[in-house]
Design a protein around this ligand. Structure first.
Ligand code: FAD
Ligand code: NAI
Length: 476
């Protein structure tokens, strides 16, 4: 006998589990299927983000930052810390327990919201008689669910480099990168994007000699150029070696480690030997095992599920959200789409504003931005004004002992509407929210400049950068 639901969600990552909860809040009878297994084989909902992405990477970034502070910065405060050691096994165990708290939290939320959770792989069987779709769940047992509507939220997988298969021992995806058991003497990374910089930072702080090989000639091409330059300066100073414009050739993997042949930006042949190699060259949408063909669910040329602006697929009653569809591969983007789809299913006007999705890179200094970069505005022929304010001139940053970086505002030359805000510096992952709110409300730079900000706080750098748009900074 099949179990009947208003909505069946396939995938329990940030897109899927949030969609399931919102649909249940709106009175629908909801099932969520997720196949992720914890070390004991039990359910571990939360997807890539919770298990091998956002959460564990931030746990390791935090531990390694404490270590770096104890070793390098405590002395500035008059604190003597001798014999500081890192117990990597304990750091990894702490990370695992943070992950588990999140897995358990999601299972609790499912119960609280009366979402029926199924542990196993969900796949399309056929269109159900009387409407909806039959979905098979293959787990410890096999069951068939019928959903009047389906949300596919099956996420993404690490992109592999041909000729360098992930063995998760020497050649690591994000999964293995978060489980390294001892500090490698030499760590190589291919791809200086978000994962490359975050994971490279963790292991550099712990003492590894880290080299990142990047194919493009520009560093962080999607980031505002001025901000990317400032960040690169800071990473160079820390000893994170980033080689731009390389062409990676043959990769040899042996018991001794990994040897990477590449051509540098001058066209010279080079070899990089490392104990471990992390490949972080982007991610690909995941539809493995979904049996999309059985119902004729359309994919696009990238292998993503093809959707319109409302996350509707080519099939009536089938929606898709998160990394498995177009757009930035970010947890909060997946969540926003999940909420919007649940609300649309309930006849409401769910809404995702793609122009105000923030990005954060959790390195030190952190990098955060929302809206368009200066290079994009130039390319679009938009007349704009720019204002910057350095953390060097911010009292709270000086008290923290972290004055790297700046806040930058870009506003329309005529209307003063904020078009982009770009930050590099301490705690900008939190500061960026103010800019997101401002842009969502179509604020002008003048609006932010006229709002009272607490003193002393890092947020004063935001106000001052808004003042700088009109060339009237007060503290610089
Ligand atoms: P996923 O989180 O991938 O979840 C999909 C789920 O569906 C998985 O649990 C999978 O097992 C399950 N599944 C797949 N197919 C089936 C099936 N047929 N049946 C049943 N279950 C299935 N984003 C941020 O916003 N901030 C960050 O700091 C951040 N850090 C990251 C760090 C790393 C190392 C990585 C790799 C990613 C990071 N991301 C971050 C990106 C973020 O993890 C993804 O954007 C987000 O997880 C996408 O959510 P999703 O729900 O679409 O997919
Ligand atoms: P990415 O897209 O951020 O960066 C990949 C980098 O690899 C690019 O700079 C690209 O030019 C380079 N590259 C691609 N092919 C290459 C090759 N053959 N040789 C050398 N360089 C090559 O992808 P990444 O870092 O793998 O992360 C995947 C996604 O996960 C991110 O785009 C982001 O959506 C998400 N993520 C988000 C985080 C956050 O929000 N803080 C943290 C980590 C991941």
């Amino acid at each position: 006998m099949s179990k009947q639901f208003d909505v069946v969600v396939i995938g329990g990552g940030p897109g899927g589990y949030i969609a399931a909860i919102r649909a249940a809040q709106l009175g629908m009878n909801v099932a969520c299927i997720d196949e992720w297994k914890n070390a004991a084989g039990g359910p571990a909902p939360g997807g890539t983000c919770t298990n091998v992405g956002c959460i564990p990477s931030k746990a390791l970034l935090q531990s390694s930052e404490h270590f770096e502070h104890a070793n390098k910065h405590f002395a500035d405060h008059g604190i003597t810390a001798t014999g500081v050691k890192m117990d990597v096994a304990k750091m990894v165990a702490r990370k695992d327990s943070v992950v588990k708290q999140n897995n358990d939290g999601i299972l609790y939320l499912f119960k609280k919201n009366k979402v029926s959770f199924f542990h196993g792989r969900g796949s399309f069987v056929k269109a159900a008689e009387g409407g909806g779709y039959e979905i098979k769940v293959a787990g410890a047992t096999e069951e068939t669910l019928v959903g009047k509507q389906i949300i596919v939220a099956t996420g993404s997988n690490a992109r592999a480099l041909p000729g360098a298969e992930f063995d998760e021992v020497n050649i690591l995806s994000n999964d293995g990168a978060l489980r390294i058991g001892a500090v490698p003497k030499k760590l190589a990374l291919i791809g200086s994007g978000v994962i490359g910089l975050e994971m490279g930072s963790v292991w550099r702080r712990l003492g590894a000699e880290v080299t990142v090989l990047e194919g493009l000639p520009t560093f962080l091409g999607a980031v505002d150029e001025q901000i990317a330059k400032e960040a690169k300066k800071a990473f160079d100073k820390q000893g994170l070696k980033i080689e731009l414009g390389v062409k990676v050739g043959e990769i040899k993997n042996s018991k001794k480690g990994v040897s990477i042949a590449y051509t540098n930006s001058k066209g010279e042949a080079q070899t990089l030997d490392a104990d471990k190699l992390i490949i972080s060259i982007g991610r690909v949408p995941n539809t493995i095992g979904l049996n999309a063909e059985a119902v004729g669910l359309q994919l696009d040329e990238r292998g993503a599920i093809a959707v319109d602006g409302d996350c509707k697929t080519n099939l009536p009653g089938v929606w898709a959200v998160g990394d498995v569809v177009r757009g930035p591969m970010l947890a909060h983007k997946a969540e926003e789409e999940g909420v919007a789809v649940a609300e649309r299913m309930a006849g409401q006007h769910g809404h995702v504003n793609f122009n105000t999705i923030p990005w954060v890179i959790y390195t030190s200094p952190e990098i955060a931005w929302v809206g368009r970069t200066e290079q994009q505005l130039k390319a679009d022929g938009v007349k704009y004004k720019a204002g910057t304010f350095p953390f060097l001139a911010n009292g709270r940053a000086r008290a923290l002992g972290d004055t790297t970086g700046m806040v930058k505002f870009l506003a329309d030359a005529t209307t003063d509407e904020i078009l982009g805000v770009h930050m590099v510096g301490p705690q900008v992952s939190e500061l960026i929210s103010e800019a997101v709110v401002a842009m969502e409300f179509k604020a002008s730079a003048e609006d932010i400049a006229r709002i009272c900000h607490a003193h002393p706080s890092l947020s004063e750098a935001t106000k001052e950068a808004a003042l700088a748009v009109d060339k009237r900074t007060l503290n610089f």
